[in-house]
Design a protein around this ligand. Structure first.
Ligand SMILES: *Cc1c(COP(=O)(O)O)cnc(C)c1O
Length: 324
């Protein structure tokens, strides 16, 4: 019943595998949910959200998708790639983020695949610019794709995991450790786990400041998502309370590296996993520490599908200025 409205099938490689990973120097073992390869054109955690978000847009006969995000963010490149494939016009209000090769590549790919980027000097101005760009034929996809509709993608993901547990592919985890940016992934998982009757908790590893606001937003979204799939008020509160905020790995903030994160990237690489500096490195560092005393499932939220090749042209000046 939670599948009201259209759902597009973008995640063509589900169920994503769960793998047991042993980290030798750290002498810990954990499981990894390989959503980094959830779809053949682009992986990571935006894909399951977009199945619902773009499904709704498609159903409503919208031609245009308007979003907002950091200029080199995964959400923007994901939306550009899937939007182009589905015939949407994709426009994004983009705000500054620390410069990195990763961010620059994301932006270059998004632009090559039809993104119209509206450079905006600061987060505080973004709502005004969004309001100015919005039109009736457009659907708005919020920051990180995190609203109830987007989170429904991770309600389905929780069912996918429950089936894998039931099939003996992994033991029931004590907790899922996941990078938390706007909270939609953690919220959908929490609501889905509550419905599936698993005991697994969700540890959201904050990757930006202020971390406490992130925890509150994720729990509110978990509650709203749980209500929307028909769970009662008390079950929905329990869903929200499954989310634990881990605020100890964020460092200076969004897009800044940390020593723990850099160590986690190296540890993961030895185990054959690819991580990024902004999100998954911080979450994996937390996962390693927590796996010493708990059965941890690390939810891999980065796309590790090779990006389409694009010409190495200079970025427009107004966009280049946002990477600093
Ligand atoms: C967007 C993103 C996240 C954050 O997910 P939320 O659902 O917004 O909390 C985590 N990891 C990666 C790699 C992302 O691109």
């Amino acid at each position: 019943m939670y599948d009201r409205g259209a759902v597009l099938s973008l995640a063509d490689l589900v169920p994503t595998p769960v793998e047991r990973v042993e980290l030798m120097p750290q002498r810990v073992a954990l499981w990894v949910k390989r959503d980094d390869r959830v779809a053949s054109i682009y992986g990571g955690n935006k894909v399951r959200k977009l199945e619902h978000l773009l499904g709704t847009a498609h159903d409503a006969g919208k031609r245009k998708v308007l979003t907002v995000g950091a200029v080199g963010s995964h959400q923007i490149v994901a939306l550009a790639l899937f939007g182009e494939r589905l015939g949407f016009e994709v426009e994004a209000v983009v705000v500054p983020q620390p410069a990195s090769e990763h961010a620059r590549t994301n932006l270059r790919v998004a632009l090559a695949h039809g993104l119209r980027a509206i450079p905006t000097a600061a987060w505080s101005l973004a709502p005004l610019v969004v309001a100015a760009r919005w039109s009736r034929d457009a659907v708005f996809v919020p920051l990180g794709g995190s609203n109830v509709r987007g989170s429904l993608g991770f309600v389905s993901a929780a069912r996918e995991l429950a089936l894998q547990v039931a099939a003996g592919e992994l033991p029931e985890p004590d907790e899922i450790v996941v990078a938390m940016g706007s909270g939609g992934t953690a919220a959908g998982l929490a609501a889905g786990l509550e419905r599936e009757g698993l005991r697994t908790r969700v540890v959201g590893v904050a990757i930006s400041h202020p971390t406490s606001a992130l925890g509150v937003a994720a729990r509110r979204l978990a509650f709203a998502t749980a209500r929307s799939i028909g769970l009662g008020r008390r079950a929905s509160v329990r869903a929200a309370m499954r989310i634990e905020l881990e605020a100890g790995y964020v460092g200076r903030g969004y897009g800044f590296t940390t020593d723990a994160g850099t160590g986690a990237i190296a540890a993961a690489e030895r185990a054959g996993l690819e991580l990024d500096p902004s999100y998954t490195s911080k979450a994996f560092a937390a996962a390693i520490a927590r796996a010493r005393s708990r059965r941890v499932l690390f939810w891999h939220t980065l796309s590790t599908v090779p990006l389409p090749a694009v010409p190495d042209v200079p970025l427009p000046r107004a966009l280049e200025r946002l990477l600093r």
